[in-house]
Design a protein around this ligand. Structure first.
Ligand SMILES: *[C@@H]1O[C@H](CO)[C@@H](O)[C@H](O)[C@H]1NC(C)=O
Ligand SMILES: *[C@@H]1O[C@H](CO)[C@@H](O)[C@H](O)[C@H]1NC(C)=O
Ligand SMILES: *[C@@H]1O[C@H](CO)[C@@H](O)[C@H](O)[C@H]1NC(C)=O
Length: 495
């Protein structure tokens, strides 16, 4: 009895302790985008998150492989619903019920996934969508909420909708002038009221990088947390960085409309490392280190001292993302596509970022422009470049990108190699009108951020023909399987 009592107490204490640890003084949160030609295996990705203290993750859709890997991982999950599903979910509560059953309930009950939020739509009110999703977002939120309640998940799983920071603005240019955009003000009020009644937070994406990249007159130092820009004085408050100023514009907008206590999540924030001049390792490290220091210190903004949960964008680079927003779009990862480290980050308490382990790569070979090839043949050359860069990621060659300093042969080689790697090093993928050749010598320029990649092995490259010694092994495995099924069936019959 005494011992049992003691062990219960002990277990309880352990539980409380581990809960405390899980909530952590500084657990990090990130976005896991899956637009990669060669995705890091989900199990390795989840391990990488855990190894680096990430405790929350946001997915843009209910990706089955990602969700399964997150099962019983101790990581809390926000599952997104893409905008193109909104109209359907808005029109029918049955569609919402089906979505929740397939994409939430089953992963919680069958796979042990700790789903905490459903993110309905993604930046649905973005100005560039010209109002396409404005009418379907709120009804879709209502139907997903109803479906969650019906599934018995109303308490456990909260609804939110990630919005771009362009849903609010300030006429005075100062945070104290903040309010929601007039064209969507009514929709915003309906959504905020509904979410607050159901205990759901608001989610906003804030991008100092985009402010800087879009405006040549933007004071660069104001984009960073440790910047030396002249501060912006707003009444009694002094702002030293655009993140706080932007966030407090939102907080003012909420206060002005009677929702000053509304919980807020930062759904995306980060800095890319390639594709344009401001997207480089130095700036990304500076910005993200400043952000992480705030998360570790639990520092809020001048108007709201309690910090929001902040989801870094993104976890890994995504070489298959649309580059409509700009060539930097494929380079938002804190890590490279393969989970290797781009730049060191101090995660607090003396902890440094650690890289992924157990990643399998394709052989160490590259496809480059042959020394005999003639760059003067414009058709063969142009066609080859455009073929390579249509199917593979050539954004490091963009002006200001990490490989923009290469000469014309160098950038052809870069493009050829990206195509060759993206096509899993298949021999016929290094054939550009006779301009290219496969080499074992790493063509990356020394002392440069420009890296000629080798992709992850997805098991799709040319294998050497199956060695004859494999055949008997396969037969033996088959025999064992048949035998065990036989024994199993006999046992069933016997019982
Ligand atoms: C579940 O989510 C996936 C990915 O977003 C989607 O393709 C599928 O249609 C969803 N299931 C239902 C029943 O809506
Ligand atoms: C949204 O609804 C409003 C009011 O019913 C309507 O005027 C508008 O055309 C609709 N917008 C779209 C894009 O369907
Ligand atoms: C290739 O290199 C040349 C010369 O350095 C440069 O002017 C050109 O813009 C590059 N082409 C591409 C597609 O990056």
């Amino acid at each position: 009895m005494g011992f049992q009592h003691f062990s219960t107490c002990f277990l309880l204490a352990l539980c409380i302790l581990s809960q405390g640890l899980a909530k952590g003084a500084h657990g990090f949160a990130c976005n896991w985008g899956t637009r990669l030609t060669h995705p890091l295996p989900p199990q390795i990705t989840v391990k990488l998150m855990r190894d680096n203290g990430f405790r929350q993750v946001k997915l843009f859709e209910a990706d089955p492989d990602a969700l399964k890997a997150l099962g019983n991982s101790g990581i809390q999950v926000m599952v997104g619903i893409p905008n193109d599903l909104l109209a359907n979910l808005a029109a029918s509560v049955d569609a919402a019920i089906a979505w929740v059953n397939q994409n939430v309930s089953s992963y919680i009950s069958k796979n042990g996934v700790d789903i905490r939020y459903v993110a309905v739509g993604n930046e649905a009110f973005l100005k560039t969508y010209n109002g396409r999703f404005v009418n379907s977002t709120f009804p879709a939120i209502q139907n997903i909420q109803a479906a969650l309640i019906k599934a018995g998940l109303g308490r456990q799983v909260k609804v939110t909708t990630p919005l771009n920071a362009d849903v609010y603005q300030s006429d005075s240019g100062l945070p104290s002038g903040g309010n929601f955009r007039p064209d969507i003000h009514g929709q915003m009020m309906s959504i905020i009221k509904f979410l607050s009644q159901n205990g759901g937070p608001l989610t906003f994406n804030i991008y100092p990088f985009l402010s800087l990249d879009a405006d040549p007159h933007f004071p660069k130092e104001f984009a960073f947390f440790d910047g030396s820009a002249a501060p912006v004085v707003d009444g009694s408050i002094t702002y030293t960085n655009v993140f706080d100023a932007n966030y407090d514009t939102l907080i003012t907008a909420l206060e002005k409309n009677g929702f000053g206590q509304m919980p807020v999540i930062i759904g995306e924030v980060g800095w890319p490392t390639d594709g344009t001049a401001n997207a480089n390792i130095k700036n990304a490290q500076r910005f993200n280190q400043g952000l992480i220091d705030r998360i570790v210190k639990r520092q809020g903004s001048p108007k709201r001292p309690t910090p929001p949960d902040i989801y870094l964008f993104g976890f890994l680079d995504e070489d298959a993302k649309s580059i409509e927003p700009g060539p930097f779009e494929r380079h938002w990862g804190v890590f490279n596509f393969d989970g290797s480290i781009k730049y060191p980050l101090n995660l607090g308490g003396g902890k440094q970022l650690v890289a992924a382990r157990g990643v399998r790569y394709l052989p160490k070979q590259w496809c480059v422009m042959s020394t005999q090839a003639n760059v003067q043949d414009p058709t063969a050359f142009g066609d080859s470049m455009s073929k390579a860069c249509t199917y593979a990621d050539c954004t490091p060659l963009s002006p200001g990108g990490s490989c923009s300093g290469l000469d014309i042969r160098g950038n052809a080689s870069y493009a050829f190699n990206m195509y060759f790697q993206t096509m899993n090093q298949r021999k016929e993928a290094c054939n550009f009108n006779g301009l290219s050749v496969i080499t074992n010598i790493n063509p990356s320029p020394p002392q440069s951020a420009c890296q000629f990649k080798i992709m992850i092995d997805l098991g799709k490259h040319e294998k050497k023909s199956t060695s004859p010694s494999d055949a008997p092994k396969i037969q033996l495995n088959l025999m064992v399987m048949l035998l065990s099924s036989f024994i199993f069936v006999m046992l069933l019959l016997y019982v």
